[in-house]
Ligand binder design. Structure first.
Ligand code: ADP
Length: 468
């Protein structure tokens, strides 16, 4: 039930509960300390009075007597009774007789008669008295005992007043604490209410809104800023998603439109088998492009959904680079581009061999595509600062600086017509980046127009993750 209660109420309740506990302990402490002090005072004055009186006692034979020594008026105001006992414990003088007589405590009396002064408590007519019993000695032996009793009126009155003050003060203090607690909790939580109201206004369709609250750099301020940052990231992710869908649809539509156009033209009139073969060859090319595009889209979609397992195995980089170069050699020869290897020694890496091969093939494929006949492409491997470095360098057309930051973005193509003409869909480098990052590494490019390009992939040696 408490879980559904607003925080401000819960905070206040906890606060009040804690305060009640502290006040309770404090009150009991004050009460006990005061009680102790009052009773100590009472006992001290009783003791002094008993000693004074004991000094006044005279002995008539073995009988102690105070005859003529005190009168009722000489009793101090808080004093209720004085009693004298002879050695056999019989009260021979008793001023408490007026009040009905007090029951003698046999044990306290016998202690006093055995020579040891004691404090005791007796009740007369339902009222409790604090008493002091002292032995009476004539110098040679104990002849009796003297008892002085006093009602602890002053102490009980003071303690009663204290209880009253505490009983009245306790609920008042709690009520004030409750009000204060509600006020403080409301003050502390009001920015959260504001955040909630504003957050409710931010809908899934419009993630451009932000809280933009001017709050200090405290817990709530950080919450608001974190919330804004999160909306910002969601916004960017949504935009990327929308852009991706739009780009993918566009990329799919282009070859389909081309295919449809070619088929329609072919169907306008009867043609010879050679003409149909030409159309089918063109259609086949477009279908190849569609397949490449769909395969790339599928790879990225599965990578996003973390559905592509990274199968770790020992990969020898010189062999991997050699294998990739071997696979593109025919294409390179057809394009008149010379492909060679560079690197020495063996370099072992725990990585997904198929994915690394795909990465290298993508880079080599691009390098050959964007290098005019007579140019050179060099694939190399090396070790640098605890990382393995794979790179593909070409002497091709190069890339202008303004394109470099976007090169690894999905569907980013510098020259759409040229890229398309070369069979590109703008997804190759984003797949390369995903493969590098999935291995805990990174990919970068250095290039300038007409100066060729170098794509470098840095992979850590200690990569151990099994899946991404
Ligand atoms: P595509 O499938 O179009 O090649 P990529 O993602 O592989 O897509 O490459 C994105 C763009 O980067 C290409 O359109 C191309 O313009 C440019 N590019 C990639 N590699 C090279 C290179 N080696 N030399 C020059 N430009 C390149």
């Amino acid at each position: 039930m408490l879980a559904a209660t607003p925080i401000r109420l819960r905070l206040t309740l906890w606060y009040v509960l804690l305060l009640a506990l502290i006040l309770g302990v404090f009150s009991v402490g004050v009460y006990l300390a005061l009680r102790h002090s009052l009773y100590t005072n009472l006992n001290n004055s009783l003791e002094a009075r008993a000693n004074d009186l004991a000094g006044l006692v005279r002995f008539v034979g073995d009988r102690p007597t105070l005859a003529g020594q005190i009168s009722t008026t000489s009793q101090d105001s808080g004093e209720q009774f004085i009693r004298l006992y002879d050695i056999s414990g019989i009260a021979i003088f008793d001023t408490s007789a007026d009040g009905g007589g007090a029951r003698t405590d046999a044990r306290a009396l016998s202690t006093a008669l055995s020579g040891r002064a004691v404090f005791d408590r007796v009740s007369i007519g339902g009222e409790t008295f604090q008493t002091r019993l002292v032995p009476l000695s004539d110098g040679a032996s104990i002849k009796g005992a003297l008892e002085v009793g006093r009602a602890p009126n002053e102490a009980t009155d003071t303690l009663r007043a204290l209880i009253l003050i505490l009983a009245l003060g306790f609920p008042i203090a709690l009520a004030l604490a409750m009000l204060g607690g509600v006020f403080l909790a409301s003050r502390a939580l009001s920015p959260i209410d504001k955040i909630t109201r504003l957050a409710q206004r931010i809908s899934g369709d419009d993630l451009s809104q932000r809280l933009n609250l001017k709050l200090p750099e405290d817990e709530v301020g950080r919450l608001a800023r974190t919330f804004d940052d999160m909306i910002g990231r969601l916004d960017a992710a949504f935009r990327r998603q929308q852009q991706f869908t739009a780009d993918a649809s566009h990329e799919l539509r282009t070859p389909l439109t081309t295919i449809k156009g070619q088929i329609e033209v072919a169907l306008t009139r009867p043609r010879g088998s050679d003409a149909y073969r030409d159309v089918l060859r063109d259609v086949n090319e477009e279908v190849d492009r569609l397949i490449r595009l769909v395969v790339s889209l599928l790879t990225l979609a599965r990578a996003d959904a973390r559905q592509i397992p990274i199968v770790r195995e020992a990969v020898e980089l010189s062999e991997l680079v050699a294998a990739s170069v071997e696979q593109v050699r025919d294409t390179a020869r057809e394009s008149g581009v010379d492909v060679s290897l560079e690197g020495s020694g063996r370099l072992m890496l725990q990585a997904d061999q198929d994915l690394l091969l795909q990465l290298l093939l993508n880079l080599l494929d691009n390098a050959i595509k964007y290098t005019p006949a007579g140019g050179k492409v060099i694939a190399s491997w090396s070790r640098r600062n605890g990382s393995a470095l794979l790179s593909v360098r070409d002497s091709g057309i190069g890339i202008s600086p303004e394109h470099l930051p976007h090169l690894f973005d999905r569907f980013y193509k510098i020259d759409t017509a040229r890229s398309r003409q070369r069979g590109g869909v703008g997804l190759g480098l984003s797949i390369c980046r995903w493969i590098a990052e999935a291995h805990g590494g990174s990919i970068s490019v250095e290039s300038a127009p007409d100066q060729g390009s170098t794509f470098s992939v840095s992979l850590p040696f200690d990569y151990l993750a099994a899946t991404v």
